[in-house]
Design a binder for this molecule. Structure first.
Ligand code: AMP
Ligand code: MG
Length: 402
């Protein structure tokens, strides 16, 4: 058996880095920047008002009530040609450029208009209600570094600095293949010895949840030609392929035979539970992740090994999941066996500001129900486990429903 970290480093070291492409900013959510982005402009680009009201000289409203002459109106988008002279105010709308001479804006709520004058009921400090040019981003600022995964807020910032396109690696096309003669698709009757196939919908969902594009490669029976055809199709159409099943020590694990023939594979026994068997390699230059067949194992293997590798292929320099400390509200017992255990736990945030965890159900690697209800995997190093009230590291799982 090898330590998990060794398996992870092996995979991260072998996956290819995909080249960046020029993407429209609006279509770049989920992409990872290949190059740093600097802003050529300041945001906001000019001093403007944060409220609807009147642009004034603060000194003119130092003693209230103050009556000022309305010199004009500036709406958002107007070119600021007006100026505020002593004793004057300019009516101004949120986002409009501040007129020359003004150093504050009084909110419309504290004013009363009477003909061409306005009475101001409260004084304001110089600078009040003004958004200064560049107070969010200054011209020349490094906005996002290479390796940044773009979310909705990021693409908004890129748009706000006037960037129409970015060079980034888009979400990957990831093929998902199930293998096994015992597998039947839901909707069909089960014969004795058969089970319903659940890994494919799960893994397709995990791929989507990780921000990539799932490609369904179907279910291959335990026959070499069908398995080979599915892997070849995946390598031709996808950036990476996930298979589940056939990587353990069984006699009918044709996945192993096929991948050893058509790929450059490393077969691993990782010192973890669940998800001990794992294979990784390249088929026609495309990374193939041989995940274990047991449903919980395939999900854990995806989280620990495949997902970080997919992120790394996009250019994320630091893709491994991070442990956060939590309190075990119940004992998380285990037997020493040379492996790190990943217990499926429900997590809640306590009044003490710490995560509190308890088992989310049965812990067998076939017991998918508890995995579906888990918020996190509790990391139990080899040994007797963690006592009730003890501290345990957890890997938070992404929210089941975003
Ligand atoms: P294997 O690694 O192929 O020996 O599979 C290990 C266990 O996982 C067996 O109990 C299989 O029946 C089960 N299994 C494999 N693939 C799937 C799948 N796609 N859906 C549900 N269970 C599966
Ligand atoms: Mg099998």
């Amino acid at each position: 058996m090898i330590p998990l970290r060794e398996a992870q480093q092996h995979v991260l070291g072998k996956v290819p880095s995909l080249p960046g492409r020029t993407l429209d900013v609006a279509a770049a959510v989920g992409a990872v920047l290949s190059e740093p982005v600097r802003s050529a402009v300041a945001v906001p680009p000019f001093d403007n008002t944060a409220v609807d009201g009147f642009a004034v000289r603060a000194v003119d409203v130092a003693s209230v009530p103050a009556r000022l002459l309305i010199a004009g109106t500036i709406a958002a988008g107007d070119e600021p040609t007006l100026a505020v002279a002593p004793g004057e105010a300019v009516r101004i709308m949120t986002g409009a450029a501040l007129p020359a001479g003004a150093d504050a804006v009084v909110m419309v709520e504290v004013t009363t208009v009477d003909g061409d004058t306005v009475e101001v009921a409260e004084p304001v400090q110089p600078g009040a209600n003004i958004r200064s040019a560049g107070d969010d981003i200054r011209a020349g600022d490094l906005v996002f570094d290479a390796g940044t995964r773009l979310g909705p807020g990021h693409v908004g910032v890129l748009a706000s600095i006037g960037c129409p396109t970015v060079v980034a690696v888009p979400p990957l096309r990831v093929g998902v293949l199930s293998t096994g003669d015992e597998l039947v698709s839901p909707g069909r009757p089960l014969r004795p010895g058969q089970i319903y196939e659940s890994n494919r919908p799960t893994l397709l969902g995990l791929v989507r949840q990780a921000g990539h594009v799932p490609v369904d490669l179907g279910v291959a029976p335990d026959e070499e030609p069908a398995i080979e055809a599915a892997f070849r199709r995946g390598a031709a159409e996808c950036d990476a392929v996930l298979s589940s099943g056939g990587v353990s020590m069984g006699d009918f694990d044709y996945v192993k035979t096929v991948l050893d023939r058509i790929g450059d594979m490393r077969w691993m026994q990782i010192a973890i539970r669940p998800a001990k068997p794992f294979a990784f390699g390249l088929v026609d230059g495309v990374p193939v992740f041989g995940l274990p067949g047991n449903p919980v194992s395939s999900m854990v293997s995806f989280e620990l090994l495949a997902k970080p590798a997919l992120r790394h292929m996009q250019g994320d320099p630091d893709p491994l999941p991070r442990e956060v400390p939590a309190v075990a509200d119940v004992a998380l017992g285990r037997q020493p066996d040379g492996k790190v255990h990943f217990a499926r736990v429900a997590a809640t945030m306590g009044d003490d500001g710490r995560y509190h965890v308890r088992l989310s159900g049965g812990q067998g690697s076939h017991m998918l129900w508890a995995m579906a209800r888990a918020d996190a995997l509790a990391v139990l190093p080899d040994g007797p486990g963690v006592e009730s009230g003890g501290t345990v590291g957890v890997l938070l799982l992404p929210p089941a429903v975003p």
